[in-house]
Design a protein around this ligand. Structure first.
Ligand SMILES: [Zn+2]
Length: 265
């Protein structure tokens, strides 16, 4: 999947393909300027946005794979956020904490069931309660498996309901994490800084902040903060709390249009 970048040399639009590292080394085909685009976004956000884009374009089945991957990567994000948050309170240096975390994650990296176990424990330790939302029903596991492993062709409404469920879960957990996600954001900045330091002379660095579906939540405070207030739906204070489908619908209305730069080319 491509996204547009702007050449810092001639201001023409140059498409780039999303890289796993979210670091994109480019050479402008028009003027030859070499530049690197760093996308300040977490993997789960990129995947969720790709799912949303696929759903909006009518690729319902493909969207399920992206939403499902987004949830798995979010669980990893949560574990990393929690581990680094804890390490920040100890004498362990940030780099050492990160290395220990990476070494630990290696044991679970290839199996999503193990990752789910790590997440469950991280949630228990951080929140002091059981992650009772981790039921197959709440996660839409059966639907996901039918589509991904058994080739079922889902209807648009089914995928939308699944997306709403994944969105609602991530949205709530991000709210609970609040500033707890700061360290894991810092880890990405660290990776960007290391890459930046190794760039040859004359290569321009560009930092991009894409308007992801979870942006408002991630950059707001634990209570939603100013950004979230602006995106809150109108209505009296007595409005009942939103269900997942409504939350997703509002996020889509708010951010869906902004995802249009993520054009397939
Ligand atoms: Zn150029």
């Amino acid at each position: 999947m491509n996204f547009p970048t702007t050449c810092p040399g001639c201001a023409r639009e140059v498409p780039a393909e999303f890289a796993d590292s979210l670091i994109h080394e480019l050479t402008c085909p028009q003027c030859g300027t070499r530049y690197v685009v760093f996308v300040r976004k977490q993997k789960f956000e990129v995947l969720f946005d790709l799912g949303t884009k696929a759903l909006l374009e009518g690729y319902a089945r493909e969207a399920v794979a992206s939403f499902s991957a987004a949830l798995e990567r979010f669980f990893e994000f949560y574990v990393r956020a929690y581990a680094l948050e804890r390490a920040a309170d100890t004498a362990l240096g940030f780099e050492d904490a990160l290395a220990a975390l990476d070494g630990t994650w290696r044991h679970v990296a290839s199996q999503s069931e193990r990752q789910l176990g790590m997440f469950a424990l991280a949630y228990l330790l951080r929140e002091g309660k059981s992650p009772d939302f981790l039921t197959p029903g709440a996660l839409g596991t059966d639907f996901r498996n039918r589509v991904i492993h058994r080739g079922a062709l889902p209807r648009h409404e089914e995928v939308e309901a699944y997306a709403a469920r994944v969105f609602g879960l991530i949205d709530r957990l991000l709210t609970e994490l609040g500033p707890g996600a700061a360290q894991v954001e810092l880890a990405q900045e660290g990776a960007f800084a290391a890459h930046l330091a190794g760039l040859p002379e004359g290569v321009v660095a560009v930092f991009e902040e894409h308007p992801g579906m979870f942006r408002a939540r991630r950059f707001a405070g634990p209570d939603g903060g100013e950004t979230a207030t602006k995106t809150a739906p109108p209505g009296p204070a007595t409005t009942p709390p939103l269900n997942d489908a409504q939350r997703f619908a509002w996020a889509l209305a708010e951010r869906g249009a902004l995802l249009s730069p993520l054009k397939r080319r």
